[in-house]
Design a binder for this molecule. Structure first.
Ligand code: TYD
Length: 141
């Protein structure tokens, strides 16, 4: 995996593999994306005025896709921030470990699909921003 900073987080263009009057898209571990998927989950019915995220992960790698609708993702590596507006099922945002993320401005009907490299583990979360900054300083990223 690449360095942990917002410049290592990038949009991966996903390929529609089958088009027959409708569309479908498959994502394969270590082929279309640079990690093995162990878990997937999705966020939906998020009111437009609600925020999600507000945490970082120590080891988890994620690919985030707006499979329907749109939302905004702000990534922060403790020094720099970058905004991504996700509004296409053909684009996945790769988020490397050690990055703080804030999600907001969910459109009506938005679905945020997340492919994740690890099983759910609460000890992998950093949910306090000051702790996150400390963690970044103490770990050589
Ligand atoms: P969290 O990852 O903080 O959600 P978001 O980034 O959307 O704000 O998770 C919210 C809650 O759901 C938290 O209590 C943990 C739980 N959860 C699971 O049990 N399994 C999972 O795979 C995920 C992602 C969350």
């Amino acid at each position: 995996m690449k360095e942990s900073n917002i410049y290592s987080c990038a949009i991966i263009e996903l390929k529609e593999e089958y088009l027959f009057g409708s569309s479908m898209l498959g994502v394969e571990s270590n082929k279309d994306i640079p990690f093995q998927v162990k878990r997937c989950y999705y966020l939906y019915d998020v009111p437009n005025n609600k925020k999600r995220g507000a945490h970082a992960h120590k080891n988890l790698i994620q690919l985030m896709i707006a499979v329907s609708g749109s939302f905004n993702v702000c990534l922060d590596d403790g020094e720099n921030r970058k905004n991504f507006f996700l509004n296409s099922p053909l684009k996945g945002l790769l988020i490397v470990p050690g990055i703080w993320r804030d999600l907001k401005s969910f459109s009506s009907g938005a679905i945020c699909l997340v492919l994740a490299s690890e099983l759910y583990d609460e000890t992998d979360y950093i949910r306090n921003y000051d702790e996150f900054l400390q963690y970044r300083k103490m770990n050589a990223y």
